[in-house]
Design a protein around this ligand. Structure first.
Ligand code: ADP
Ligand code: ZN
Length: 745
């Protein structure tokens, strides 16, 4: 009898609810470790699998052997795997897909069709970069003398200890002959070394030192530091008004963790990952920082990931996917602006990084700090229920007052800029201070309407109106990028008189130019920041005082610290209220509070003009009066009456497809099956729908949704799991289950 081969459990990145067993052939024993990827036979394909670990026996009769091992180092630790298993179970997503999502894009295996139609799998994706380095050789003596330039090169190499070829080139220009000569003479040695692509691009930052904390900051820090010393899980809500010094608390808490040899993970909304924020961390900590965000190339992302995995970075700052950073010994996880909806991934694995921070923090015995000036209603409620420890910073640093807010009542369809706002802009300009004018709508007009038939121009692929962009000369769909020349003609009646309705940032810029011809204007929205680095360039123009008025969408509402901004104008405070979403009031309150918080962050007090049609609306009024207490009280009452979170748990089925009939039939079948299973399980779950999604057509797909509401999370999950095991889905229809949905559009 031959001794039986070891068996391993492998997850495969496909939409399959199970894992698979494989044999490890003798030649691969010792390298088929947990956390490595393996190339495995699967049907008649070869796929990448993730090794989860050894298993003692398998009830599968004929196991196949794996083909090869793709990594020399494990990609995740057992503790990380425990986290991924939790994620897979909670979000009802296959483990292999979870692992694929968690790994950096650059690492993934690429498959291509071979000549005979067979699928060939290539290990790789991105590869490590290598660069030439030069080192001085000690004690080398020679009678022959190198030339003057070679001697200068040698001096630099000796002074630096080692130096890369590109750096030598940038100092001396072409110097290959000199280097060759120095090498021949045995004075220097050349070697090739793996280098990491540097997302900071060698940006230099002046070091700073911790500031003495004010009373509330100190209390907050002491509490977090005590947790760090005990190395145990403790979740916090750091609830501090804009400009109260939350970031300073984060920095000092991280210092405390670092001093004890622990690492830190910092999650921020994508939009806040500016050089300004990363600069503050660099200034405080110098090196050892890794950053992860969508602006990185696959190569940069892969390099940052490996630096973290190898323990070369101790502080990781990133957008939502950084929750999967391969960081060991995590002492503290910070989620800044925790209320931001961008922490939620909206397709594939629909995770919420804010929620996962608490889960990972528990597994890592870490302190988890959720920070916000305007916490999510659910987060604040959890703090009041003492599921999170509440740390408050109720005042701005150095006693700076909150800005003075004036509510200006507007008439529907009137001018975009009210006389008080125009006067305030003129006065601010005269004082040589800066202003921000906020309008959460890009483009020129909101849309074009045909004067002959009265129909607005809509997208042929999506059920939304097209936005008129004058500079581009196009009407554009903001969902699918469909564009037609504009103004153009009416597609319904061929009418040629199209009139503009509503206003976007582009038109606002033009109106402000007419109003203040001498003002230097800057516009910041996704149209003006699409180029690499353009975001940073616009911000630095604001910082160095070469702009007077910054016009922008929500992109300017967050995280920026412009000390010279003393005036903030909000053109249309209710822009975000019209959404058919139970969180519309919450989002409006948060956005307005953030925008208001941009004013008066320096030594000069700020002032804000909020224009609104309905100045009595509670979210607008509360934001204007800095009345957080009032807002949360009213909002919680509404949530309780309507049975929305935090008084229930939600899940949504998004059903979509190209055939309207197919989608309708599948949606109805799904709801029927859910009703039936609910009866079998006797669980308390409310099943709403199927209803057409608010955007019924998107990129040509018809969309319906079913919303589930349950007082108990356990009931909800039992129903979802049973549905998953029983459902039969039409192959032409896609059903996505979204746990704790954020976007219901
Ligand atoms: P937040 O993150 O709450 O908006 P920041 O941490 O950015 O607030 O602080 C606002 C400003 O006040 C920053 O310029 C910061 O450097 C400064 N600051 C923070 N804490 C202190 C302190 N204790 N003493 C002096 N200045 C401080
Ligand atoms: Zn469209």
């Amino acid at each position: 009898m031959t001794p039986s081969l070891p068996i391993i459990e492998v997850a495969i990145p496909l939409y399959l609810d199970r894992t698979f067993h494989y044999l490890v052939p003798e030649s691969l024993q010792g390298s088929a470790e947990t956390g490595h990827r393996a190339l495995v036979p699967f049907g008649n394909r070869k796929l990448t699998g993730y090794i989860l670990g050894p298993v003692a026996t398998s009830d599968v009769a004929t196991l196949k052997p794996i083909i090869s091992i793709l990594d020399s180092e494990p990609l995740w630790t057992p503790r990380e795997l425990e986290f991924y298993r939790w994620v897979a179970s909670y979000y009802q997503h296959p483990l292999g897909e979870v692992l694929r999502t968690a790994l950096p894009a650059g690492i993934n295996i690429q498959t291509r069709k071979g000549t005979g139609g067979e699928t060939e799998t290539l290990a790789g994706g991105k590869t490590a970069l290598r660069e030439k380095y030069y080192l001085p050789l000690a004690g080398a003596t020679t009678s022959r003398q190198p030339g003057a330039k070679a001697l200068a090169v040698l001096a630099v190499i000796q002074e630096q200890g080692d130096i890369s070829a590109p750096e030598l080139r940038s100092r001396f220009g072409a110097c290959i002959p000199q280097l060759k000569r120095l090498t021949e003479l045995g004075l220097v040695r050349e070697l090739e070394r793996e280098v990491y692509r540097d997302p900071f691009k060698k940006q230099l930052v002046n070091r700073d030192t911790p500031r003495p904390l004010h009373g509330h900051q100190k209390q907050a820090l002491d509490s977090i530091a005590a947790t760090l010393d005990r190395q145990e899980f403790a979740p916090y809500l750091l609830y501090g008004v804009t400009g109260s010094g939350k970031t300073e608390v984060y920095l000092q808490a991280i210092s405390h963790a670092r001093a004890a040899g622990m690492n830190a993970l910092v999650l921020v909304p994508e939009i806040a990952l500016t050089p300004q924020l990363t600069g503050r961390f660099q200034a405080r900590f110098g090196g050892g920082i890794a950053i992860l965000h969508s602006g990185l190339s696959d190569g940069e992302r892969y390099d940052e990931w490996r630096r973290i995995r190898r323990g070369l970075a101790h502080i990781v700052i990133g957008a939502r996917s950084a929750i999967f950073a391969p960081l060991d010994s995590i002492g503290i996880i910070i989620v800044d602006e925790e209320h931001e909806s961008s922490f939620k991934q909206s397709d594939g694995l629909r995770y919420n990084a804010r929620d996962l921070a608490l889960v990972r923090g528990r597994l890592e015995h870490a302190a988890v700090v959720l920070g916000s000036a305007t916490p999510a209603v659910t987060t604040l409620y959890a703090a009041r229920q003492e599921r999170l420890q509440l740390l408050e910073l109720p005042e701005r640093v150095q006693g700076r007052p909150m800005p003075l807010v004036q509510l200006v009542e507007m008439k529907k369809g009137g001018d975009a800029i009210s006389p008080p706002l125009a006067a305030a802009l003129a006065a601010t300009l005269e004082e040589h201070r800066q202003s921000i004018v906020f309008l959460n709508r890009r483009g020129y007009a909101t849309f074009l309407v045909c004067s002959d038939c009265g129909k607005p121009l809509t997208c042929p692929n999506c059920s939304v109106t097209l936005t008129y962009h004058r500079q581009r000369g196009e009407s554009l769909c903001h969902y699918c990028d469909y564009a037609v020349p504009a103004p153009g003609t009416c597609p319904s009646c061929n009418g040629t008189t199209l009139s503009e309705l509503g206003i976007g940032t582009e038109k606002l810029e033009q109106q402000l130019k007419e109003l203040q011809p001498t003002a230097r204007l800057l516009r910041m929205d996704s149209d003006t920041t699409s180029g690499k680095g353009s975001h940073g360039r616009l911000l630095s123009k604001m910082n160095d005082g070469s702009a007077d008025i910054l016009i922008g969408t929500q992109m300017i509402a967050k995280g920026h610290d412009f000390p010279e901004v003393t005036l903030v104008g909000v053109v249309n405070a209710e822009a975000s209220l019209g959404m058919p979403d139970f969180r519309a009031a919450e989002r409006t309150y948060q956005l307005l509070s953030q925008v208001i918080g941009r004013a008066g962050r320096g030594t000069i007090p700020g002032r804000v003009i909020l224009q609104a049609v309905d100045t009595e609306q509670y979210a607008i009024k509360a934001a204007a009066h800095h009345d957080a207490e009032g807002f949360y009280r009213q909002e919680l009452e509404f949530r309780q009456e309507a049975g929305y979170p935090p008084f229930s748990h939600l899940a949504a089925y998004a059903i979509s497809g190209l055939s309207e009939q197919g989608v309708t039939a599948q949606a109805e079948a799904t709801a029927r099956l859910l009703m039936q299973l609910k009866g079998e399980l006797k669980v308390r779950v409310e099943i709403l729908g199927p209803a057409p999604a608010p955007i019924y057509r998107l990129r040509n797909r018809f969309r319906r949704q079913i919303l589930l509401k349950a007082p108990s999370r356990n009931d909800l999950h039992r129903l979802l799991s049973l549905w998953r095991s029983r459902a039969k889905v039409d192959a032409n229809v896609r059903i996505a289950v979204d746990i704790d949905p954020v976007d219901l559009m």
